[in-house]
Design a protein. Structure first.
Length: 566
């Protein structure tokens, strides 16, 4: 230390006071900057890579090429949108006179016939999980009775709030929750996940003083966690999965935990491969480091809670495990409720209270909002309540058995097919396929031509089918297996042939090192969904004389027959 002090004194001996002060201040600021740079949750390598690609995009020739590619892709996306919509024309201005309801209903029928996938016949992976006339009749009537209700006003609509409380308690009990467990009905799995992240961010800040929060999640966790991170300034620390089981690597997860970790995440099951993470072992980490654990059961939640009774027992995944502090699940999937219903459940009210947004100094009054939305559709709560009661425990066990039986059957038939392999061990309804012999997107492309709509996966390339109640209909599973076998046999004759068309673009996107460019392409696609031409074809009202429309009107006016049955 004496040598250090001597050198410092010698260095400053001939300096003016202002120089000493300036050097001291600059050195301090530099030290603080270096500390913040080094200790950021995102790795130095990742930040340098992003900075490099950002600078490269300013090179004129590269920038020009990217802009050209974006223009071409934008044009392709817009052309695809027009292909479906231009024939019927576009409504771009509010009509002077309101349309007759017959015209409106006719146009709705026309709009709903756009697209070529026969989703109601089981040709689509996931998306629509059931399509039953009796359920449609029920939810249509329930929605009609509650369409204008809003639980934001509990004094006006206490009955809707009561239904929400009952839905939460019913589902808490299904997940083996105790009297301390609680929850909320939300509009979908993404909102449920977003609310959990918000709750843990605020809980971590208030209770543990965490100012730079991070969450530790598997690479297979749903992208809603990334959305929440972008909303709430949370760093995402992704953890690799085992290349054979596709469960999260627990050792890697433990290494990723630090003093700023506000939550751990496990999937039951994950979306890409339908594999369940080892929730009991993740919960052990959560207890060890005293960190909340969220179980994402959005996809398969309304299967896994009935699978034991259906003859397919699973490892523990719910509130019976000490350390599980929240669960998200979607009744609008295998609960067969209309779209727009999910639940976020907590082991304790202390977590849910940090989910809330409360404003106490607003001139409009004290404002408390439990979810992302202010006003909420009471009809979504009511139809969820009605569907749960309509199916009952035994009804869900029966549908679960049929779905899992079908998924296991498809898996058993696909596993032996030469040229294909299945990712991990599917736990519920998702079967993910890959190939080491040919480009798997070729299989997806040809199946698409045969009417099948499957989901594409990346890193590594794959496709999956999410089995729904529609796939349990006679002949659907056999047709799918037969089509897969036929197509694979043909592809294996020339396995080196590259994929073409849209799937080629999807495959190539995985090789682009600058992922921000892929992000640009995605934004263009989202833009195209709301694209309307500059001079759209005028949309006519329709022919009031069409007999079908008159028939619909008569049915609407009847109390005995619903519009949905038409």
């Amino acid at each position: 230390m004496d040598v250090v002090k001597t050198n410092i004194n010698a260095f400053f001996a001939k300096k003016e006071p202002w120089q000493i002060a300036s050097i001291t201040a600059s050195t301090t600021l530099l030290a603080v900057w270096l500390y913040q740079f080094i200790t950021k949750e995102e790795s130095v390598t990742e930040r340098l890579k992003k900075k490099f690609f950002k600078l490269v995009r300013h090179v004129p020739s590269i920038r020009k090429r990217i802009e050209t590619e974006c223009e071409n892709i934008q044009k392709q996306f817009e052309d695809d949108t027009l292909k479906f919509g231009e024939e019927l024309g576009y409504v771009v201005k509010l009509p002077e006179d309101g349309w007759h309801r017959k015209d409106i209903l006719k146009k709705i029928d026309d709009y709903l016939e756009l697209g070529h996938y026969k989703w109601d016949e089981g040709f689509v992976s996931g998306a629509v999980y059931n399509f039953d006339a009796k359920i449609l009749e029920l939810v249509t009537k329930v929605y009609g009775k509650t369409a204008y209700t809003n639980p934001l006003h509990p004094d006006v609509f206490p009955g809707v709030c009561k239904m929400e409380a009952e839905v939460v308690r019913m589902v808490v009990n299904l997940f083996n929750g105790n009297s301390s467990c609680c929850g909320q009905v939300t509009t979908g799995g993404t909102e449920s996940i977003v609310l959990a992240c918000k709750a843990y961010r605020d809980y971590g800040r208030e209770v543990n003083g965490i100012e730079r929060p991070n969450m530790v999640i598997p690479t297979t966790a749903h992208s809603a966690f990334d959305k929440a991170a972008q909303f709430f300034g949370i760093t995402v620390k992704t953890v690799k999965v085992d290349p054979k089981t596709f469960q999260v690597d627990l050792k890697a997860m433990e290494r990723a935990i630090n003093k700023n970790t506000i939550m751990l995440v496990g999937s039951a099951p994950n979306y890409p491969y339908g594999v369940m993470d080892d929730i009991e072992k993740i919960a052990k980490l959560a207890r060890k480091y005293k960190i909340p654990l969220h179980v994402d059961a959005c996809l398969g939640g309304f299967l896994i809670i009935f699978m034991k009774r259906a003859g397919y027992p699973l490892p523990k995944f719910d509130f019976s495990i000490k350390g599980v502090t929240s669960i998200s699940c979607d009744p609008h999937k295998y609960g067969f409720t209309p779209k727009g219903s999910s639940l976020i459940l907590y082991s304790d009210k202390a977590y849910r209270q940090h989910q809330y947004t409360v404003t106490v100094n607003w001139p409009g009054g004290i404002y408390g909002s439990p979810t992302v939305s202010g006003s909420r559709a009471g009809a979504n709560i009511a139809t969820t309540w009605a569907c749960l009661l309509y199916h009952g425990f035994d009804g869900y066990v029966e549908s679960t058995k049929a779905i899992i039986d079908t998924a296991k059957y498809i898996e058993s038939k696909i596993r032996p097919i030469k040229g294909l392999f299945i990712f991990g061990t599917p736990a519920t309804s998702v079967i993910a396929m890959g190939s080491k012999d040919f480009d798997i997107f070729r299989l997806s492309d040809v199946l698409n031509q045969k009417g099948w709509n499957l989901n594409a996966l990346q890193f590594p390339s794959g496709i999956h089918i999410c089995v729904t109640n529609l796939h349990t209909k006679d002949g659907i599973a056999d047709r799918f297996v037969k089509d897969v076998e036929t197509v694979v046999k043909e592809l294996m004759k020339n396995p080196e042939k590259p994929v073409e068309g849209k799937m080629a673009i999807y495959g190539v996107s995985q090789t682009i090192p600058d992922r921000s460019i892929v992000g640009d392409f995605t934004r263009l696609f989202l833009d195209s969904l709301l694209f309307t031409p500059k001079k759209p074809k005028k949309l006519s009202r329709g022919d009031n004389r069409i007999e079908k429309i008159s028939s619909i009107e008569n049915q609407v006016e009847s109390n005995d027959v619903t519009l949905m049955n038409e």
